[in-house]
Design a protein around this ligand. Structure first.
Ligand code: F0G
Length: 459
């Protein structure tokens, strides 16, 4: 069969100018930022691959929707449009808007968790785990071992290991497990999908143990694409159908709509159970706003409803993941160690293999992200020991097997030429890898330390 290249299913109507800085300017900027790319000013960045969160390009339809904002305090028409769209595309009956994903995680954790509980999940996410801990639970990683191995080419590294789940029930009892938290396209594993087969089995497992199944659906469309491409019998189904099935296998969901759904801000908590919805409505007014806006403007709910419909289009998702794959393959061809298979939203550089001379205690991925910026103006993010933080009970650093730098691709923002320039920047940094020094903290925040920590070179 002839191979058909993908192309972006859109053309460009408006552009935002970006500019390259000098090496002297970047050296000063990263030093002043304490070697933390989160503390750089966006104006000092050339190609911004820090995150795919809230940085996507909205369509003309979404911008037109912004003009239809009904900014009533209560009962905005855009809320009902959003609620109906969530039910139609994602199957959940009730929607509680929140200002972003972590707002939904806060409400969910407070409602479902009792102090002393355990929440199993397919790898941790930073804000998700913190909200579980603040509510008194302990997070337990039940993802398959392959997910922690950057060179394993398992097609579904987001899968759950049922032996780990069974062992947890054996150890603590099903009564102390309020829910299983399952992420689609697992961020910290490298944007790796869970298979439909694994999820169907998990549904049965949860029913057998009378445990809820909660879905972190931040990147569900990207996960559906990998199912369509890789899973037996799924080739002829649409992304929209697969997304709907994934959601309908779960009881509730938290969503950061700043990713898949291509809006700059927003999120929601969604569920099927009316009693749970009532509790969520009672808490959302405390932390976010009334249950018909929850921290979002009417116009933002409208843009989100439209973004959801665009996010499940087959040609959109093929080009989106295709662009990430393009960068990944280019890096692999150039001999750069990356997490394989290439994920849905980002390419993850393996800092352990790129900087073997820096021990994990000296934050190799943090140092690599800083060096890449200094070299090229490309901004990336550490996803290693700094992001993993400290154990809530012992205060010791978590030492994750994956010590990664994430090159995260915003949706519909950059071109293939930007990917070429990025790959060349990584090649240049690789050539100078031996000269890169480890880092130590000069300031370490207590919670979610990676956002605001500051460092200095060790030597
Ligand atoms: N869950 C996942 C899997 C995420 O990737 C994020 C955010 C959240 C929850 C929290 O959502 O930011 O809207 O409050 N991830 C961003 C990132 C920050 O860069 O990976 P939020």
């Amino acid at each position: 069969m002839a191979h058909h290249s993908w192309a972006e299913p859109y053309k460009i109507k408006m552009v935002e100018l970006i500019k390259m800085t000098s090496r002297e300017e970047r050296e000063k900027a990263i030093r002043e930022a304490g070697y933390n790319t989160f503390l750089l000013r966006s104006e000092d960045v050339y190609i911004d691959l820090l995150t795919d969160s809230g940085v996507g390009a909205m369509s003309d339809q979404q911008w037109a929707g912004m003009m239809l904002g009904d900014e009533a305090y209560a009962g905005s028409r855009n809320f009902y449009h959003l609620r109906d769209t969530v039910e139609e595309y994602y199957s959940y009956r009730y929607t509680v808007p929140t200002h972003q994903g972590r707002g939904a995680e806060n409400i969910l954790s407070q409602i479902l968790i009792e102090p002393g509980d355990f929440v199993p999940g397919n790898m941790y996410f930073t804000t998700t785990r913190l909200h579980q801990e603040l509510a008194g639970a302990t997070f337990v990683d039940v993802i398959i071992d392959e997910a922690h191995d950057p060179v394993s080419e398992h097609p579904f590294k987001g899968n759950v290991d049922f032996a780990k789940l069974d062992a947890l029930v054996e150890r603590v009892g099903a009564g102390h497990i309020p829910y299983v938290c399952i992420a689609t396209c697992v961020n910290m594993a490298g944007g790796q999908p869970i298979s439909l087969e694994n999820l169907r089995r998990l549904r049965k497992w949860c029913d057998q143990h009378d445990i809820m199944l909660v879905h972190d659906m931040t990147r569900v469309a990207e996960n559906a694409y990998f199912i369509q491409q890789r899973e037996h019998g799924q080739q002829d189904r649409s992304i929209r159908e697969i997304v709907h099935e994934i959601c309908s296998l779960t009881d509730a969901a938290t969503m950061s709509s700043k990713k898949d759904a291509m809006v700059n801000i927003g999120g929601f908590l969604a569920m099927n159970d009316p009693g749970f919805y009532e509790k969520a409505c009672a808490l959302v007014v405390v932390y976010e706003g009334l249950h018909t806006y929850g921290g979002m403007a009417g116009r933002d709910m409208e843009a989100l409803a439209i973004g959801i419909t665009e996010s499940v289009q087959d040609d959109h998702i093929r080009a989106r993941v295709g662009q990430v794959e393009y960068l990944g393959q280019k890096l692999i061809a150039g001999g750069v160690p990356v997490v394989q298979p290439i994920g849905g939203h980002a390419v993850f550089l393996d800092a352990r293999r790129i900087l073997p001379h820096i021990p994990q205690e000296q934050f190799p991925a943090q140092a690599l992200a800083a060096a890449l910026y200094e070299e090229s103006g490309v901004r990336s993010m550490e996803r290693g020991v700094v992001s993993a933080g400290r154990d809530a009970a012992t205060g010791e650093n978590h030492m994750p097997k994956l010590e990664l730098v994430r090159l995260t691709i915003p949706r519909r923002v950059y071109t293939q030429a930007h990917m070429d320039v990025t790959a060349e920047a990584v090649f240049s940094v690789m050539e100078k890898a031996e000269a890169i020094q480890g880092l130590r903290f000069t300031y370490e925040p207590e919670m979610l330390r990676f956002f605001q920590a500051r460092f200095e070179p060790v030597a």
